[in-house]
Design a protein. Sequence first.
Length: 318
Amino acid sequence: MPPPTLPPAPVGRTARRLEWAHLPPALRDLIADRCGSLVVSAVSQRSGFTPGFASVLLCEDGTRHFVKAASLKAQRVFAEAYREEARKAGALPPGIAATRLLWTHDADGWVVLGFEHVTARAPHRPWTHADLTRCLDALAETARALTPPPPGLDLVDAEVEFADWPAKWDHTLATFALPSGVEAAALATRHAEVVGGDTVLHCDVRDDNLLLTDDGRVLLCDWNWPLRGAAWLDSLILLVGPRGDGLDVEEVLATHPTFAEVEPEAVDIMLALLTGYFLTHSDQPVPSSSPYLRDHQLWQGEACWEWLCERRGWAESP
């Protein structure tokens, strides 16, 4: 398999979301009441891969708010994800690099989350060294602040969460022509050797979940599924996108303090685990609510595989 054969999923245009007009009038009234002023405009946020409502609301009093909502009847999986996000985000201690949850509504068949609005941008795509360094530094600071996990966060250990991921290689090997796939599958089975730790991990760190603010901060969004594990895992997962965009992430591994104590074999084990996960899921049916999800997973899987092959000295394709 050569380097990524597809371009990255279109930046900022991957989601098909509910719009403000799609929400029931009673819910729109409730949201306006919680925001403290009549909503005069709503700008849908098109990044990500879920169909729930996610918009920046401008109110009559000039304030802005970021609000997410999903129907428990029509979008149960996503509503439950928002409910979990509210529980986890509410348990994060003050000062963590995350958008601040201000209020929630979980009734009347809807789950709604109201966040502070921040003036910010996503990292540039293709990735730049400057943005990557800024994000890695923020992840390192967050990892220090979240080791050990704060009280109130009920977390699954990474070893447990990833336990069934090596088995995804069965589908990967049967579907993709990967000359060293058997060796990679064997590497993935060793994940429990390297993923354990006592740090809260975001576990979905990518460009569309990062906000770079005008005042120099980096904020992590969408704390839906944090885990307990090794402090360097979020930073390694982040590197997949920049690697696919052509940055020299080996130089980053060699120089950034986050990876100073990480063994090269540990990196390879994680890349093998991620390759099987992404490639297997990329071969599943395309959900109507997220037309670019499988393209994104294929691109990520190919980026992981090309990187792993380079590190191990393997041929990428027959």
